[in-house]
Write a protein that binds this ligand. Structure first.
Ligand SMILES: CC(C)(COP(=O)([O-])OP(=O)([O-])OC[C@H]1O[C@@H](n2cnc3c(N)ncnc32)[C@H](O)[C@@H]1OP(=O)([O-])[O-])[C@@H](O)C(=O)NCCC(=O)NCCSC(=O)C[C@@](C)(O)CC(=O)[O-]
Ligand SMILES: NC(=O)C1=CN([C@@H]2O[C@H](COP(=O)(O)OP(=O)(O)OC[C@H]3O[C@@H](n4cnc5c(N)ncnc54)[C@H](OP(=O)(O)O)[C@@H]3O)[C@@H](O)[C@H]2O)C=CC1
Length: 403
């Protein structure tokens, strides 16, 4: 095996490319060699980046050209009492962030939820989508492809499911725009977030489409999926898990712990989260669900770009017999407890804090449980931030904790 200095020399001499080092040394040595090359070229010091706490080998399927790791502080909120379809009991919520005051806020929300007897959460729909785009001659051929797809679901399902032991094709929804046809494949991906699984399975099904029809595949992803972009289709139809959490907080708890009233929170929610978001043509009718989704995604090894879809959430608040009822419904929360970044040691520990690491029994139940915990964390965050706005404590809280 080669040491880092001689590996770096071989790159300087043009004998090796920067991305080829793992073929000549272990992953930690390769990362060390790359750091020295980057330091030399940029003048930056990568001492902190190189001071990571897991074997680089563990990240091999998560990154290429690795030089080290950035570290995001992780904290916990709670424990919070959750009554979910796949999870129940008191849970600490792991959150990784650099936004001071966020953990304090979610923590306050959790303690208020506990004072109300806990939150309820349920996954109400589940399915990961991939929508390839096909070229056809004209609208008549487009109609023929749509009919063929409806008549041949069993053949598409068979081809797709041959590529996976866990995935199940649930349905295929066609969309036509002139001579482009989009087939939106939706899968039950069990405990995997499922984007690799769905992509591989859909490619196999596309082979059947091309063999049996006149359609020609233009791209395996035609953006009607829709992955990692703001898209109304995800907010309406759902993608990944569609999950809802709610709680009813007694008036005295709202007044004592949140320094406001149920009426003030309900009015603020209407004017801000509903009317304000409508005027802004936002897809997110909430205050900061993305804060909790992003922080829990980082702490548990989710694909952070999918925070885009995770922010498709509606928060409601109403006064019920003098108490405050609040709910959060996240339409497209794409989460997994196997695969992707969940295998990394620190992220896997984050999942362990929730007790949802790895495959669930039955399959899919761990990812459902993770979605329910994120929904309850989001509910806690909404409760606390809405209350801080109602009591005019937002800027003072951030001045005190976040600067
Ligand atoms: C900061 C608080 C919680 C103070 O709130 P408070 O009620 O004055 O605090 P408190 O000292 O009375 O403590 C109440 C509870 O808060 C928690 N708490 C309190 N301090 C800590 C701490 N240091 N560490 C951990 N937990 C803490 C803790 O649960 C505590 O209960 P206890 O355990 O003591 O019985 C409150 O003012 C608050 O939540 N403010 C809102 C802050 C917030 O939500 N920030 C994040 C979102 S801002 C943003 O990114 C998005 C935005 C705003 O642009 C989106 C939009 O447009 O709306
Ligand atoms: N390809 C793409 O277009 C995109 C990929 N990504 C990336 O894809 C990755 C996530 O894809 P994903 O498919 O979730 O993960 P992986 O590609 O890591 O695959 C996970 C595999 O785990 C196996 N598995 C074992 N136990 C279970 C279980 N209980 N439930 C479900 N599957 C199980 C399945 O194998 P089997 O199928 O054999 O049953 C499954 O395919 C992330 O790294 C993400 O960043 C993100 C966006 C787009």
């Amino acid at each position: 095996m080669t040491d880092a200095a001689s590996l770096a020399d071989r790159v300087r001499e043009g004998e090796l490319r920067l991305h080829e080092l793992e073929a000549h040394a272990d992953a930690d040595t390769a990362a060390e060699a790359r750091r020295s090359l980057v330091e030399e070229q940029s003048g930056a010091s990568l001492d902190a980046v190189g001071n990571y706490g897991f074997p680089a080998e563990a990240a091999e399927s998560a990154i290429e050209n690795m030089v080290g790791a950035i570290q995001v502080p992780m904290g916990v909120a709670g424990p919070v009492s959750v009554d979910g379809g796949s999870v129940s009991g008191e849970k600490y919520l792991p959150l990784a962030t650099t936004e001071g005051a966020l953990l304090a806020s979610v923590n306050r929300g959790c303690s208020v939820i506990n004072s109300a007897g806990g939150a309820t959460a349920r996954v109400l729909k589940s399915g990961m989508t991939r929508a390839p785009v096909f070229r056809v001659a004209d609208v008549a051929e487009a109609e023929a492809l749509v009919s063929w797809t409806r008549d041949n679901f069993a053949a598409l399902k068979e081809a797709a499911e041959e590529t996976t032991n866990h995935g199940e094709l649930l349905d295929v929804t066609p969309y036509v725009v002139g001579n482009s046809v989009y087939l939106r494949f939706r899968y039950d991906t069990k405990d995997a977030m499922g984007m690799n699984m769905a992509t591989i399975a859909t490619e196999a099904a596309c082979g059947v489409v091309e063999e049996e029809t006149t359609a020609s595949l233009v791209a395996l992803s035609g953006n009607l999926c829709s992955d990692k972009k703001p898209a109304a289709i995800n907010a309406v139809e759902g993608r990944g898990r569609s999950v809802t959490a709610d709680v009813r907080i007694p008036r005295e708890v709202v007044e004592e712990r949140l320094h406001t009233t149920p009426e003030a929170v309900a009015e603020l929610n209407t004017r801000k989260n509903l009317v304000g978001s409508a005027k802004a043509a936002s897809l997110g009718f909430n205050a900061h669900v993305a804060n909790v989704v992003a922080a829990m995604f980082l702490a548990t090894g989710q694909d952070e770009a999918q925070v885009v879809e995770g922010s498709n959430a509606i928060t409601t608040a109403e006064v019920q017999d003098g108490d405050l009822y609040v709910s959060v419904s996240i339409a497209s929360l794409e989460v997994g407890t196997v695969g992707g970044g969940t295998k990394l040691p620190t992220q896997s520990e984050g999942l362990d804090v929730l007790g949802v690491s790895g495959g669930g029994d039955p399959a899919g139940s761990n990812a459902d449980a993770l979605a329910e915990c994120i929904a309850v964390g989001s509910l806690a965050g909404e409760l606390s931030l809405l209350s801080a706005l109602a009591s005019r404590h937002l800027s003072s809280a951030h001045a005190e904790l976040g600067r």
